[in-house]
Design a protein around this ligand. Structure first.
Ligand SMILES: [Zn+2]
Length: 350
């Protein structure tokens, strides 16, 4: 059994933090992709952008008979200005799937056309308990019941427009990234910046060890996963296997946890390739990598997006267990490490 190249978990976490702190709601991902492109160039690679704006880089393998691809996404949940209200606050439309309670009270940045960032907070229109007493806490809120309160003096739609804000401006939620001494990473958007950081850590470990993957492998950094069509383009036609590195869904009834890599057997889109899954499980066993096999009840991945677009390859999905997904997410260094090692084992396995 070939020993796995070692990766640097501290470097992985610091890149993850930097990525989390770089806003990239779906539709506004250029800065985060440039950050990733810079790191790839530092590793000695020459990434390119697809016409759709995804970042890809191919690594020569020991063989070329059954090429592989790995995909992870930099785009995240976000929002967009839908209306400027007469009193100057904003109604927003969500980008990606999440309930409004997941952002109640959250800080945000409105990114204007001129490049100015205006900060604000998502608040319920009837937040003030000294004024409003209707029960609002125990039910689903309608979009019109929540608004962005801007941190600028504005009392009319004109005042707000004078700040440079217009319908269609992107809104990024504050990631609130914190790394604890106990090894947890708490942040919004670990889905899927954790996956991207894992891909980068595996690539760097390979290069530092002077290793090549078993097959030519294309790394695809997706920019439209959260809306369902990220990897519908950008995966080379001749790829035999595509593996998505994306968060493992945790919660009641799930086997996964924040200290293991989750291997997905099935999600909303149906079962993943059984043969690939069995191989990934065997690799995790061989290298004593903590792993859990799970089914994700409400989940779709970019690997499936690629199949739906006509991709003719087998697919798999692995990733770190992430708690409270699409909300106040958290994972642990253990899961980041386990995912990186399983990805390395897969890349090297014949
Ligand atoms: Zn994801």
């Amino acid at each position: 059994m070939q020993p796995l190249p070692t990766h640097d978990p501290d470097a992985l976490v610091s890149r993850l933090v930097e990525l989390c702190q770089t806003p990239s709601p779906t539709g506004d991902t250029r800065e985060a992709l440039e950050l990733v492109a810079g790191w790839l160039r530092e590793t000695g690679l020459s990434p390119t952008y697809t016409r759709k704006g995804a970042l890809i880089v191919s690594i020569e393998g020991k063989d070329d008979a059954a090429p592989r691809a790995v995909t992870g996404h930099v785009d995240t949940l976000g929002a967009i200005v839908k209306e400027i209200k007469p009193h100057g606050r904003l109604i927003f439309d969500r980008i990606g799937g999440y309930p409004l309670y997941a952002v109640n009270g959250e800080y945000c940045i409105v990114r204007t056309a001129s490049g100015a960032n205006v900060t604000g907070t998502a608040v319920l229109t009837k937040s003030s308990v000294h004024v409003h007493r209707e029960p609002v806490a125990d039910r689903d809120w309608k979009p019109a019941e929540m608004e962005i309160r801007l941190d600028a003096r504005t009392e009319s739609a004109e005042d707000t427009r004078a700040l440079g804000i217009e319908v269609g401006d992107m809104i990024a939620w504050d990631p609130r990234t914190v790394v604890t001494d106990s090894g947890y990473v708490k942040s919004r958007h670990l889905d899927d910046k954790a996956g991207v950081a894992i891909m980068l850590a595996a690539l760097k470990a390979l290069f530092d060890a002077g290793e090549s993957p078993a097959q030519r492998t294309t790394f695809h950094f997706s920019n439209y996963e959260e809306v369902g069509h990220g990897a519908a383009a950008g995966i080379p036609d001749d790829v035999a296997e595509l593996i998505a590195v994306d968060m493992g869904a945790l919660g009641e009834g799930q086997q996964g946890n924040e200290h293991a890599v989750s291997i997905c057997a099935k999600d909303s889109g149906g079962p993943y390739d059984l043969g690939m899954r069995r191989r990934l499980v065997a690799l995790a066993e061989q290298y004593t990598i903590p792993y859990k096999v799970d089914i994700y009840p409400y989940y779709g991945s970019d690997a499936e997006a690629s199949l739906r677009a006509g991709g003719d390859h087998r697919i798999s999905l692995i990733g770190p267990g992430v708690d409270a997904s699409h909300s106040f997410e958290r994972t642990h260094r253990d899961a980041l490490d386990a995912s990186t090692r399983l990805l390395l084992a897969y890349l090297l396995a014949v």
